[in-house]
Design a protein around this ligand. Structure first.
Ligand code: 9MR
Length: 386
């Protein structure tokens, strides 16, 4: 290697080290604001207060934890994502990297590298981490689990192997990661409120595995055992974390909302209920209010866990502000698990960028939804506007 190449080599190592082992230096956190200098459309009328406070600070002043989800590729590729996460959010969730099929290899080995890299960065930046997810029917390491049971001599032995594998997995995750909360189970009810009895989706490529098939009491028995496993693992490891049951479509007020609330209320191992809220701007407003009131009645924590709002006839920004307003009015502070968006920029939404469901545009510009939410939180916070 000649001298010039050697210098490039050392420089590349330094950049990589800054990127992945610390919260990032000056290059990742331009001062005062990375977008301030961009030509705004057509004239930047953004109030100064937008540059003065991030959403994180405003949410805190309102007694609210605000979070966002992102994946490894966004984290590794988008400088803007990292700037925005630090400025606007207090908590983070990894979109895929803590799921069973991302951590457990086909041979059963546990591979923590990616999630560890992301967790270390979040920690260095003072971001709290939420664990998603200890049990689902998608993105489970079905290759490993199916191979494990293929050697069983009968159904009872297969069931015992699966139950043991779940317990071992939960223990390993709880021991390995420091998080403030876990989704212990995800999407265990049908829309009508029955316990899930099939993977029930066309997305067969997502490594489906229905744990409940191996418990003599079906999915309910699996869920009971999953919460017990998580609670005991926390105790064994001297840790505390909130334990959530998480599901979608609760805003439709069907049997599922009733079922999840009843279950949570009757299981002392459950700390809270997560309502995902993958919604459209047109979801009837009253439904959101009624859902939150029903959840609060359980006495458990209430967390909006995966918020995104696709465009509709109603104003997207106003729908988002309405959700925050109702949450802050209806959920007492002691029961607030926070509000977390499922993504930061439309560019990386799981729904595709054209649905524009998030606070930031494709190119990480603050959208109307951001500005209205910011104004709402600022007004309510009583903080200085200038
Ligand atoms: O955002 C996740 C996406 O990248 C994955 O492809 C998808 C696989 O099913 O899972 C997405 O996240 C889901 C979350 O884990 C559970 N609730 C629904 C989310 C959106 O599908």
């Amino acid at each position: 290697m000649n001298k010039i190449n050697f210098i490039y080599f050392i420089a590349a190592i330094l950049v990589a080290a800054t990127l992945f082992s610390s919260c990032g230096g000056k290059t990742l956190d331009p001062d005062p604001d990375p977008y301030d200098t961009e030509p705004a459309t057509p004239v930047d009328k953004t109030p100064k207060s937008v540059y003065k406070y991030g959403l994180r600070e405003l949410a805190q002043a309102n007694g609210l934890l605000i979070g966002a989800e992102y994946t490894y590729s966004e984290y590794a590729q988008d400088d803007s994502l990292r700037v925005v996460l630090k400025r606007d959010f207090e908590a983070v969730t990894f979109g895929n990297e803590m799921k069973h099929d991302n951590i457990v290899a086909g041979d059963g080995a546990l591979v923590f590298n990616r999630a560890d890299q992301m967790a270390q960065w979040a920690k260095d930046c003072g971001l709290k981490l939420f664990g998603h997810t200890l049990g689902w029917h998608n993105q489970q390491q079905s290759d490993y689990l199916n191979a494990l049971i293929s050697g069983a001599k009968d159904a009872d032995e297969a069931a015992a192997l699966v139950r043991k594998a779940h317990k071992t997995w939960v223990e390993a995750m709880v021991k390995h990661f420091d998080v403030y909360g876990w989704d212990v189970v995800n999407e265990v009810f049908s829309d009508s409120g029955d316990w899930r009895s099939s993977a029930n989706t066309s997305t067969k490529d997502y490594h489906q595995f229905l744990w409940g098939s191996y418990y003599s009491g079906g999915t309910k028995a699996f869920v009971d055992s999953a919460f017990r496993n998580a609670r005991e693992a926390l105790e064994r490891n001297g840790k505390t974390a909130d334990l959530y049951i998480n599901d979608y479509s609760l805003e439709w007020l069907g049997g599922k909302l009733e079922a999840i609330c009843n279950y949570a209320q009757n299981n002392p191992d459950v700390t809270g209920i997560g309502t995902q809220m993958h919604i459209s701007a047109d979801v009837p407003r009253d439904n959101i209010k009624t859902m939150l009131e029903r959840m609060v009645k359980t006495g458990k924590k209430v967390r909006i866990s995966e918020l995104d709002v696709t465009l509709g006839t109603a104003d997207q920004a106003e729908t988002i502000v309405y959700i925050f307003d109702q949450y802050l009015k209806i959920v007492p502070e002691a029961q607030r698990g926070g509000i977390s968006f499922w993504g930061v920029s439309d560019k990386n939404s799981w729904l595709g960028y054209s649905k524009e469901p998030l606070l930031y545009s494709y190119s990480y510009r603050r959208k109307d939804a951001y500005l209205k939410l910011h104004a709402y939180l600022l007004e309510r916070s009583g903080l200085d506007k200038n």
